[in-house]
Write a protein that binds this ligand. Structure first.
Ligand SMILES: Cc1ncc(COP(=O)(O)OP(=O)(O)O)c(N)n1
Ligand SMILES: Cc1ncsc1CCOP(=O)(O)O
Ligand SMILES: [Mg+2]
Length: 579
């Protein structure tokens, strides 16, 4: 009989007045309240994810997985620990104490004992015991303090939640997010681990549905969790997953991703993404491996990392899915632990030089360094074919090319675009098409550049899918914000200087360029009247996300395109070396 309290409680949490862990509250640091930040205008705010989740001693899932995934994807990850679990590759065993223990107590479970029939009759809040290990819930007050410490000081972009084992913890999280709003909230409703163990108290269900989901940007249940959230409905088919996504959407999140990784009898890992209007089926390969512990946590934290970096939601989900798939692939033969389900290697890229495999690298912002934009009238004037002009620009060092052909018939445009694709592909230089999504699709270009009066980036993304590059022309911070929301990969900002290449194009000057750059985390390329005499001064502005210059006439309205490009490139390179 074991209804007696478990062994002595180890209370580590000191009252904040005497704990040296708890520093006095610092006000939020903005350039206004914190003068030294003014001098730091060149500092790049680093994409920042805060994970609110449980610690996993085996380090395959939970906080440890989140920190590794964010690091692998280039985001900083701070952490608020809600529980400490004892797990290994044999499975997580969660056992809550009888409910006469206050949830805020810092307690320990009776270790290494099998559950007797009598125990089952005790008023346990949650009893899931496979092989007895343990879980400690962190006291709610300490969770509140961790949230306050991080959110009041660090510029958190995205909060990602994992194991939230009690209703009280969810309530505290919601209160903290109201006090310190962030750009996005990713809720992974961790109620059932990949190994099938229950990770939360049933009373949390109501709080998830009624409180947290309404604040969430995306909720990412697996099919077991989706079923649990919907009162136990059975989910067997993609149609069931769609219905589940639609029902969960009604609880209030902006997007829902129902993950089908644990659907039996499927050779593919199919997830269903829903934005309230349309469904997208995201298909991935099912990797044959025992090392799948922590895939759910990793997917959600990777989504959070991509959002923090400025990605749109569908893009972030696709990149995250690709990342998990690649990590599983590269970890399929790892042996870590003796149990049936092992962890995988989040940092697999360190073992796979040149570290840039996987489609999340489809766009490297550094490629905006010297952006050559063609013009058919100029080519005609100098007797250059489009292909020759593109070849010459690449020869001179252009790092990305855009075909901006305003006066050419569609059929000829497509022929030229196909030829340019071959040229660019063989040099590893991305090729984008100006305005014309149809041409981009037909020649399988790397992406499209659109302006404010063209088809929106959101529509272009639907047509091109997540794997292509989309650039958007922006003259104001509001346009930059919209472009980010629409899923753009970079911004073209200008005209920085007066230009005759584009009619009726207002000149923004350095001030306009700065305003757009500072308003966005997306990489920016400056355009408009840029040439060998002023390109250096643009890059010397030292704006961290200003990645390069886009140039038309100074490259193509010239006799020797390769010489002009080479000259400009060497100017840009010397500024970069001095920076
Ligand atoms: C890199 C880059 N930036 C801006 C533009 C301008 O695009 P848009 O505003 O659509 O104008 P047009 O080029 O279509 O006249 C661009 N093309 N490239
Ligand atoms: C397409 C475009 N968008 C803003 S300015 C501009 C024209 C840039 O051409 P140039 O480099 O010849 O000034
Ligand atoms: Mg356009």
């Amino acid at each position: 009989m074991s209804s007696a309290p478990p062994p002595a409680i180890l209370r580590l949490h000191l009252p904040s007045s005497i704990s040296f862990f708890s520093s006095p509250r610092r006000p939020h640091l903005s350039p206004r309240t914190c003068p030294w930040r003014l001098a730091a205008a060149r500092e790049m705010p680093w994409p920042h994810v805060l994970t609110v989740a449980g610690s996993d001693s085996s380090a395959g899932a939970g906080i440890q997985a989140d920190v590794k995934a964010c690091a692998a994807l280039g985001a900083y990850c701070s952490s608020v620990i809600t529980a400490v679990t004892a797990q290994n590759t044999a499975g997580v065993q969660v056992r809550r104490l009888p409910d006469f223990f206050t949830p805020s107590s810092f307690f320990t479970c009776c270790p290494r004992r099998h559950q007797s029939d009598q125990e089952k009759e005790v008023n346990w809040v949650v009893v899931v015991v496979v092989v007895m290990q343990g879980v400690h819930l962190v006291p709610e007050e300490l969770i509140r303090e961790q949230l306050q410490s991080v959110l009041s000081d660090m510029s958190v972009d995205v909060v990602k939640t994992g194991m939230l084992p009690s209703a009280g913890i969810i309530k505290i999280l919601c209160e903290s997010l109201q006090k310190f709003p962030v750009k996005a909230l990713v809720v992974d409703p961790v109620m059932v681990s990949t190994s099938g163990d229950s990770l939360s108290d049933p009373s949390t269900l109501t709080y998830y549905r009624d409180e947290l989901f309404a604040m969430a940007d995306i909720v990412t249940p697996n099919v077991k969790e989706a079923s649990k959230l919907l009162g136990g409905v059975s989910l067997h088919t993609i149609a069931d997953m769609r219905d589940a996504a639609e029902s969960i959407y009604k609880f209030g999140p902006r997007y829902v991703l129902v993950k089908g990784g644990d659907m039996p009898d499927s050779s593919e890992a199919i997830d269903v993404f829903y934005d309230g209007k349309e469904f997208v089926e995201l298909r991935g390969h099912r990797i044959k491996t025992r090392n799948t512990h922590g895939t759910g946590c990793t997917l959600a934290s990777s989504i959070a990392a991509e959002l923090a970096k400025g990605s749109s939601m569908l893009n972030a989900v696709q990149v995250a899915k690709n990342f998990v798939e690649s990590a599983l692939h590269h970890s399929k033969d790892l042996v870590i632990g003796n149990g049936p389900q092992g962890p995988f290697d989040h940092l697999f890229r360190l073992r796979c030089p040149p570290y840039n495999i996987g489609s999340q690298q489809r766009f490297n912002p550094d490629s905006l360094f010297l952006y050559a934009v063609t013009d058919s009238r100029m080519n005609k004037r100098w007797g250059h074919s489009i292909e020759d002009a593109v070849k010459a620009a690449i020869e001179g060092g252009a790092t990305i090319v855009q075909l901006r052909e305003k006066d050419i018939e569609s059929r000829a445009f497509l022929e030229a675009a196909k030829a340019c694709m071959d040229i660019c592909k063989s040099s590893g230089v991305p090729l984008l098409i100006n305005d014309r999504v149809d041409i981009a699709l037909a020649c399988n270009a790397d992406g499209v550049h659109v302006g404010q009066s063209d088809i929106s980036a959101r529509e272009v993304r639907k047509l091109l899918g997540p794997g292509k590059i989309i650039g958007v022309s922006c003259k104001t911070p509001a346009q930059a914000e919209q472009a980010w929301r629409d899923g753009a990969d970079y911004l073209g900002c200008g005209g920085v200087f007066p230009t005759t290449t584009k009619a009726n194009n207002p000149t923004l000057g350095f001030e306009g360029l700065k305003a757009v750059c500072l308003a966005s985390k997306l990489p920016v390329v400056a355009i408009g009247g840029i040439n060998a005499t002023n390109a250096g001064s643009v890059m010397e502005l030292g704006l961290p996300n200003l990645k390069g210059v886009a140039v038309v006439s100074a490259l193509f309205d010239r006799e020797c395109v390769s010489t002009e490009t080479r000259n400009l490139r060497s100017i840009l390179t010397s500024v970069r070396c001095l920076a």
